[in-house]
Design a binder for this molecule. Structure first.
Ligand code: FAD
Ligand code: GLY
Length: 366
């Protein structure tokens, strides 16, 4: 452990969006906080690779109630969270109230889109069903052959790289000790801190008993040299999604692969992303590829994050397992972690780590 680190109330392991947001909120409660990040820079894990969609229902099933409730609450909080970050740091996180179009090419996909519409209606969310021809009036570059679309006027997006930058700046301005190039080993007792928050993303499982695994995602950053205009809404379709940044840049994602920490960018992965997307928005093939990337979503057995005090060691607070929704879940997670550190009552008990705790083994009888 770095000798430069003063003894603190809270050490946060991991400088991705979750660790940074938690550190910022903890510091705002008056705690002395350090962030320990093993890489040379902050936010180089999943946070860098993310699309930044704020889509509370798109990647959660109706029966994943705890995840859904947290997602919905966090989506509601994002506008104020973005405004607060801008106010404190002067950094615009690229929050775009652009809405999303779910689109279907054929009957099977249309049935899926109808189920998605139904799920949102049951949750009281705004949706508008339309034929492909009507969707083309909103987004003229869509393929003429589309069968059905559903507009989700409340599913928006932010730019994860800017979120990292803003959170890092907010931490520094608040007086959080940020240390990069510090790799924490599994013996957490060596960390000079009263409490330790583990926000190590897909790598969290190496630091304690939490069932987090990496779920690989390949994606592309694209750019239209002629500027914005190809598409304004986030588009979601079978096999991927496209997130416009509003300035001619686009994010095309993403594969979902159970391949451990394999960083390879494969021809098949990129081909499939482009093939699916070009059937929806043919003009995408004119764009320039700026970057191909891989990231590791921190997956859990029930797809929900693990947030709260460790059932076996109250020095440890987990803030991990955000899987496909970590950008979205930033505001709620940060407050839940701060509440866990200060002993405040909080909602979302279903996200606590004790849901995975196994009963202690009975002593073997001789
Ligand atoms: P990370 O960003 O991975 O940060 C963990 C940090 O911990 C890393 O910087 C790592 O270096 C550090 N670390 C690990 N071990 C140690 C150690 N021993 N010592 C010190 N430091 C350590 N979410 C959304 O809400 N919307 C989206 O549109 C979206 N799109 C995505 C698309 C893709 C392709 C991927 C891969 C993910 C996407 N996600 C999205 C999910 C989101 O990116 C993650 O849930 C979120 O970034 C997790 O943040 P984190 O801070 O927990 O993890
Ligand atoms: N949330 C987008 C993804 O995980 O691919």
């Amino acid at each position: 452990m770095s000798t430069e680190l003063p003894r603190v109330d809270v050490a946060v392991v991991g400088g991705g969006v979750i660790g940074l947001a938690a550190a910022w909120r903890a510091r705002q409660r008056g705690l002395e906080v350090a962030v320990l990040e093993r890489e040379a820079g902050l936010g180089t894990g999943a946070s860098r690779a993310a699309a930044g969609m704020l889509a509370p229902v798109a990647e959660a099933d109706l029966n994943e109630r705890d995840l859904l409730l947290a997602n919905l609450e966090s989506a509601r909080r994002w506008p104020a969270f973005a405004a607060e970050l801008a106010d404190v740091t002067g950094i615009d996180v690229g929050y775009r109230a652009c809405g999303t179009l779910l689109v279907a090419r054929d009957r099977d996909e249309a049935e899926h889109v109808e189920r998605e519409r139904d799920a949102r209606e049951r949750l009281g969310l705004r949706v508008e069903r339309m034929l492909g021809s009507a969707a083309r009036r909103i987004e003229p570059a869509l393929a003429p052959s589309l069968r059905l679309a559903v507009e989700l006027p409340d599913d928006h997006a932010v730019e994860p790289l800017r979120v990292v930058a803003a959170l890092a700046e907010a931490c520094v301005r608040a007086g959080v000790h940020v240390r990069t190039g510090v790799e924490v080993n599994p013996d957490l007792s060596t960390i000079p801190a009263e409490r330790v928050v583990i926000a190590a993303g897909a790598w969290s499982g190496a630091l304690g008993d939490v069932p987090v695994r990496p779920v690989k995602g390949q994606s592309l950053r694209l750019r239209d040299p002629s500027g914005p205009g190809l598409c304004d809404h986030v588009l979601r379709f079978e096999g991927g999604y496209l997130v416009p940044r509003g300035d001619g840049r686009y994010y095309l994602g993403a594969t979902v692969e159970e391949r451990g920490f394999d960083t390879a960018i494969t021809a098949l992965g990129v081909y499939e992303l482009l093939r699916e997307a070009s059937e929806i928005l043919p003009g995408i093939l004119e764009l320039e590829i700026e970057e191909a990337l891989t990231g590791f979503r921190p997956g859990t057995p029930d797809n929900a994050p693990v947030i709260g005090v460790d059932p076996r060691d109250e020095r440890i607070v987990w803030a991990t397992g955000h899987y496909r929704n970590g950008i979205l879940l930033c505001p709620v997670t940060a407050d839940l972690v701060a509440a866990a550190l200060t002993g405040e009552a909080s909602e979302h008990a279903g996200l606590r780590p004790d849901r995975f705790a196994t009963a202690p083994q009975e002593a073997a009888t001789p």
